[in-house]
Design a protein around this ligand. Structure first.
Ligand SMILES: [Ca+2]
Length: 120
């Protein structure tokens, strides 16, 4: 495993991430997403002739985030995660639905997901 150090540089960090990633496997595909809704990216690998493998990212983060589970009446639900960097809260978010209506939830903190419904 390599860590992106920016500007085209990568650093080998396999020894820092746990023994599971040191096990050799023939993998054909991968997907990244926040499987456990804690704001960081987790990894799913499909292996050739074997089960899919889930790697939860338990390394923590110095940055904060806020998530929105959007439930539109006329559109498909979508989720949005916004990185906050080192900020621990936001004052206001304006969500504009495809119908043109707006939702304006107000935040009280970070590292949580909110359910927001609107006429999409
Ligand atoms: Ca996660």
């Amino acid at each position: 495993m390599f860590r992106n150090e920016a500007e085209g540089r990568f650093r080998q960090v396999t020894d820092d991430v746990g023994d599971d990633l040191k096990t050799p496997a023939v993998a054909r595909g991968s997907a990244f997403g926040d499987i456990d809704n804690d704001g960081d990216l987790d990894l799913v690998l499909t292996t050739s002739g074997g089960p899919a493998r889930l790697f939860r990212n338990n390394g923590g983060s110095k940055n904060h985030w806020i998530g929105f589970r959007l439930r539109g009446v006329d559109s498909n639900p979508e989720a949005v995660v916004v990185g906050l960097g080192t900020a621990t809260s936001i004052d206001q978010v304006d969500i504009e639905w495809p119908s043109g209506t707006k939702s304006t939830p107000r935040s009280t903190g970070s590292n949580v997901s909110w359910n927001v419904s609107g006429v999409g």
